[in-house]
Design a protein. Structure first.
Length: 95
């Protein structure tokens, strides 16, 4: 039986398609002994209910965002979301 859970609420679909250079990842972690949540290996701030919001810069192409919740014993739950951003073609400098 698992005593913890990790849910990504946004982006709601994976792969998530966007033309924006940044994506907000939000969700919630539930664990009686929750120690921290990391998004792409960066610690994020949790509210008292375990909700988090974190903005991630995404490169053109396909990016995989990794979210990990760790408890005090070192047990981890993780989830991934894939973001697809089209490659941009620079404007010609020879006009």
């Amino acid at each position: 039986m698992r005593s913890h859970a990790l849910v990504i609420d946004s982006p709601e679909v994976s792969p998530y398609r966007t033309s924006a250079p940044r994506v907000e990842v939000s969700g919630r972690a539930v664990d009686l002994h929750l120690a921290e949540v990391r998004v792409d290996d960066r610690p994020v701030v949790l509210d008292p209910e375990g909700r988090f919001h974190h903005e991630v810069q995404v490169a053109s192409g396909s990016s995989r965002i990794h979210v990990v919740a760790l408890d005090r014993a070192g047990n981890a739950s993780d989830a991934f979301v894939v973001v697809q951003r089209p490659f941009s073609v620079p404007a010609s400098v020879n006009q």
